[in-house]
Design a protein around this ligand. Structure first.
Ligand code: FMN
Length: 213
């Protein structure tokens, strides 16, 4: 048994070195759902910024951001901060960070590892996307949208993603964060990079981070 201990320690060391230690689930702190800037002031300040500090967002800010984006605000009915057509809730928020891509699970208030790679650069055509600490990828799951035709599903999911994006813009205004919603995305390329199944579609991406110092 004693002889095994150094081997276990060596294994743990290599495991960490090779980056296999990524947390499969990141439990988010409870979102702070009160306070912030008065709405009318946030509307005055809402705007697009395309320059980012590479500093990562702390977990509390990330939790607040994701709750504002598409968190559950009426738990008794499972309803969310952003509306969705027919309450399909077909948009999933994928969170692309330096340490990988996570899916925001609003019900459990946690991030679930989707892939370990840093794919931020693939989330847009503009150079700043690789520096922004957070790139949100809005992905529509068409299987949640009943038997509507594809065109209808595309435009409903675009509208639903845009509501989430505006929530993010207003949160960022309130917290003095930089944000830009982006349609200039190689969506089919990104879908391949993310290995998404045919029924899931990248709708829009949104970069978020601190303003440069
Ligand atoms: C649907 C949509 C797609 C957009 N796509 C991009 C984009 O790919 N890249 C970008 O830098 N800005 C993009 N923008 C941001 C607009 O350029 C920006 O909102 C506009 O210039 C007005 O500026 P404001 O947001 O500060 O009011 C997009 C905005 C919307 C609504």
């Amino acid at each position: 048994m004693k002889r095994l201990i150094p081997q276990v320690m060596l294994f743990t060391f290599i495991f960490h070195l090779t980056g296999c230690s990524q947390e499969k689930v990141i439990k988010l702190p409870q979102p702070q759902t009160s306070g912030g800037m008065p709405l009318m002031e946030a509307l005055m300040k809402r705007g697009t910024s395309r320059e980012f500090s590479s500093k990562e967002l702390d977990l509390q800010t990330l939790s607040n951001l994701l709750w504002a984006a598409n968190g559950i605000n009426r738990p008794e009915d499972g309803l969310k901060t952003a509306p969705s057509a027919v309450n399909w809730q077909e948009i999933d928020v994928y969170v692309s960070l330096l340490k990988g891509v996570y899916i925001y699970n609003a019900l459990e208030n946690q991030l679930e590892l989707y892939m370990k790679d840093d794919i931020r650069e693939a989330t847009g055509r503009q150079p700043f996307v690789k520096d922004a600490p957070v790139n949100l990828i809005y992905v529509a799951d068409f299987t949640r949208m009943g038997d509507r035709d594809e065109t209808t599903k595309h435009w409903y999911s675009a509208a639903d993603a845009a509501f989430i994006a505006q929530n993010v813009y207003l949160f960022c205004a309130s917290e003095n964060l930089a944000a830009v919603i982006r349609g200039a995305v190689e969506k089919e390329e990104l879908k391949k990079v993310m290995n998404l199944p045919a029924h899931k579609h990248v709708v829009l991406c949104q970069s978020v981070g601190y303003h440069p110092e």
